[in-house]
Design a protein around this ligand. Structure first.
Ligand code: ADE
Ligand code: ZN
Length: 353
C-alpha cells in the first residue's frame, strides 16, 4: 500500500479532461468466493437448454428472472440447483467457465479461486469427468487468455452425509483432478462444520488448501468450529462473527481471511439492506475482509458491481478499496510470486471507482 496514490485529481486541462473521459480501469483484485454454477446467466440457461433439448419450466427470460426474489439461502439454493439441469456435457461446463472469465476480466479480477459443486452434478447422472474437465480445461489457459490466474476448489454439500463427500473427494484424488483446495457450501444451519471433520483431515493429508462457508446464516459458533475442528485457513462469508467480540479479536489477531459477499448477503436477506451490511464495521475492527460476488448471475452483480454499490452506499475511501483489494490478494492460495505480481500491479496504479 506504500505507493498508493489516492483519488484522481479534478481535470484541469483539456488533455486531462480527455484522459479522464476514458473509462476507469477497475481495481485489480483476487476473487476468492465464487461458485461457477452461480455464474449461469439466464441467457446461457436458455441457450444450453436449447442445445441439450431440455424443456425449462419457464416460458422465457422474464419469467425466469421473476424467480430471482429470495427469502433466505434455501430459497436461492432451490433455484440454483434446479437451473443446473441445463449443464450436461463437458462443453456446457467449459462455456459457462469461459463466460465467467470474460466478465471477470472486465471486472478487474486478476486471480480467481473458483468453487464447483461436483455432488450436485453427480446426483443428476453427470459423469465427474465431464464437469471437472469442462471447467478445468478452460482454467488451464485462463492466465494467457484472460489475464486471470485460477485455482479450482471442490466444494462439498454440507446437507449431504459426510460419507458422500469422502467418496467424491476420493474419486477426485484418484483421477488426479486439478483441484487446489476444498470448500463446504449449501444449507448451513443444522449442518455444522463438525460434521465434516474426517473430510477435512483427508484433504489436508492430500496437501489441499482448506476453506469453508461459515457464519453466513449460521451463528458465530460455526466459524469457531470451522477453525478449530476443520482447521480451515479461510472463512467464506463469516459476517456473523460480528455477534461475538472474542471471536472478532481472535480473527483479527490471526489475520484469518473472510471472503465477504455483500450483494449476496442482501439478496439472501442475511442483512436487510446494503446500508446495514457490516463490511465497514468489519474493516474498522481490523478484520481481513475481501469483497466477492458468490453467485453473480443470481445476486445482481460481479465483483466490480459489489465495489460500486458499496462505494455508493458507504462512500468507501480509495484507501479502503485498495485495502480490500490487497486483502484479497494476500488471502489467496496463489503462489508467493503471483501474489507479488498482483500487489505490484495494485500499488502501481491510481485508484478510481
Ligand atoms: N451463498 C451460498 N451459501 C451456501 N452455499 C452456496 N452455494 C452457492 N452459493 C452459496
Ligand atoms: Zn458461497
Amino acid at each position: 500500500m506504500d505507493n498508493f496514490s489516492g483519488g484522481s485529481p479534478m481535470p484541469e486541462t483539456d488533455t486531462d479532461a480527455a484522459v479522464s473521459a476514458v473509462p476507469a480501469k477497475p481495481l485489480p483484485v483476487a476473487e476468492l468466493h465464487l461458485h461457477i454454477e452461480g455464474t449461469l446467466q439466464p441467457e446461457l440457461i436458455f441457450a444450453l437448454a436449447e442445445r441439450n433439448g431440455i424443456a425449462l419450466p419457464y416460458s422465457g427470460l422474464d419469467e425466469l428472472r421473476q424467480k430471482y426474489e429470495f427469502t433466505d439461502l434455501q430459497s436461492f439454493l432451490d433455484l440454483y440447483y434446479a437451473n443446473m439441469a441445463v449443464l450436461r456435457t463437458e462443453q456446457d461446463f467449459a462455456d459457462m467457465t469461459r463466460a465467467y472469465l470474460e466478465r471477470a476480466a472486465a471486472a478487474g479480477v486478476r486471480h480467481a479461486e473458483i468453487m464447483m459443486d461436483p455432488q450436485a452434478h453427480l446426483s443428476r447422472g453427470i459423469p465427474l469427468e465431464a464437469c471437472v474437465k469442462g471447467v478445468a480445461s478452460v482454467l488451464a489457459t485462463s492466465e494467457e487468455e484472460y489475464g486471470i490466474s485460477t485455482i479450482l476448489i471442490a466444494a462439498f454439500l454440507r446437507d449431504l452425509p459426510e460419507d458422500s463427500a469422502l467418496e467424491v473427494l476420493g474419486r477426485l484424488l484418484a483421477m488426479n483432478a486439478p483441484i487446489g483446495a476444498i470448500g463446504l457450501d449449501s444449507a448451513e444451519v443444522g449442518n455444522p462444520p463438525s460434521k465434516f471433520e474426517r473430510l477435512y483431515a483427508k484433504a489436508r493429508e492430500a496437501g489441499l488448501r482448506l476453506t469453508a462457508h461459515a457464519g453466513e446464516e449460521g451463528s458465530a459458533s460455526y466459524i469457531i468450529e470451522a477453525l478449530d475442528i476443520l482447521g480451515v485457513e479461510r472463512i467464506d462469508h463469516g459476517i456473523r462473527c460480528m455477534d461475538d467480540p472474542d471471536l472478532v479479536e481472535r480473527l483479527v489477531d490471526a489475520r484469518v481471511p473472510l471472503t465477504v459477499c455483500p450483494l449476496s448477503n442482501v439478496r439472501l436477506r442475511a442483512v436487510d439492506t446494503l446500508a446495514d451490511h457490516p463490511l465497514p464495521a468489519m474493516l474498522a475492527a481490523g478484520l481481513n475482509v475481501s469483497v466477492n460476488s458468490d453467485d453473480p448471475a443470481y445476486f445482481g452483480g460481479y465483483v466490480d458491481d459489489n465495489f460500486a454499490q458499496l462505494t455508493s452506499v458507504f462512500d468507501l475511501s480509495d484507501f479502503d478499496k485498495a485495502r480490500l483489494a490487497a486483502n484479497s490478494i494476500h488471502s489467496s492460495f496463489a503462489s508467493e510470486e503471483r501474489k507479488a505480481e498482483l500487489l505490484a500491479e495494485l500499488n502501481g496504479r491510481e485508484v478510481v471507482d
